[in-house]
Design a protein around this ligand. Structure first.
Ligand code: MLT
Length: 273
């Protein structure tokens, strides 16, 4: 892990491999370990996977907005790979953050991979549900988050439940959720509820974009992501069978193959001046 000091906290960033950087932004309420299935890509890429502020080993200051998390990610990339443009890949919360990195720091981004995420803001009902969940987490701890989220994160079909890596993946996700500080969980829920709609920002096209969705994702289902793919000029959606909301962890081989095929098709990257 590398330390990246920011103005008000220090980010810890998992940094392995070599080559063009691939910035991996985790979902809520997880940390860089959700990308453990992507270590196989370290032969082709330098993998930079921060524990976003408040999460994992970064600890400390809780997040206040997805825009702040995007600025943190940009600062980490600039500090660790000066002059580089990265493929920025984010899952769910990490996908919201990746969208803001692309809009706020376009010089840093060669391409985007949006995984099990969406462009839309929360509906009023979803926002109210997040505030209710935050109140329950404040009262009873992150056990409440595990109970609320775990049943919805993984594919539910019998064939998916029988996959050999399923037990270890669920145990890892449970450990990450239970390890999240209460202050981070409640602050991140407020940040998720307040995030803006990004549909307009992406409608005119920004960077080459791949969307990836688990066929059994019930949080950001394939129909939702297909509608988003239709909004972003030139974007492509890949739907991965037998996966839920945790596609890179549920089927690392399929996910890594999609990512590799996408990156190989990108125009040659110029370094920033
Ligand atoms: C996540 O996986 O990061 C969350 O499901 C994000 C969300 O609830 O919108």
């Amino acid at each position: 892990m590398r330390d990246v000091p920011l103005a008000d906290t220090t980010l810890r960033v998992h940094d392995v491999g070599g080559g063009e950087p691939l910035l991996l932004l985790h979902g809520f309420p997880l940390d860089h370990r959700m990308w453990s299935g992507q270590e196989a890509l370290a032969g082709r890429h330098r993998l930079l996977a921060p524990d976003q502020r408040g999460f994992g080993r970064s600890g400390g200051s809780a997040p206040s907005s997805v825009e702040q998390l995007a600025d943190d990610a940009a600062a980490a990339l600039t500090a660790l790979a000066p002059g580089a443009r990265a493929v920025v890949c984010g899952l769910s919360l990490g996908g919201y953050v990746a969208q803001h990195v692309a809009i706020r720091h376009p010089d840093l981004v060669a391409a985007l991979v949006l995984v099990d995420t969406k462009l839309e803001a929360d509906t009023p009902d979803a926002r109210a549900a997040r505030h209710d969940l935050a109140a329950r987490v404040q009262h009873a701890g992150t056990r409440v988050l595990a109970e609320a989220m775990l049943p919805r994160l993984f594919a539910a079909s019998a064939v998916a439940r029988c996959s050999p890596q399923r037990g270890a993946a669920e145990a890892l996700v449970r450990a990450m959720i239970l390890g999240t500080p209460v202050a981070t969980g409640t602050a991140a829920l407020a940040a998720l509820a307040a995030r803006p709609d990004m549909t307009g920002a992406f409608a005119t096209g920004t960077v080459p974009t791949l969307l990836v969705c688990g066929a059994e994702d019930v949080i950001t289902p394939p129909e939702r992501m297909a509608a988003d793919a239709a909004v972003i000029p030139g974007a492509r959606l890949a739907v991965v069978p037998r996966c839920g909301h945790m596609t890179p962890l549920e089927d690392p081989a399929a996910f890594n193959a999609l990512l590799t095929e996408f990156v190989d098709g990108l125009p040659r990257r110029e370094r920033r001046a």
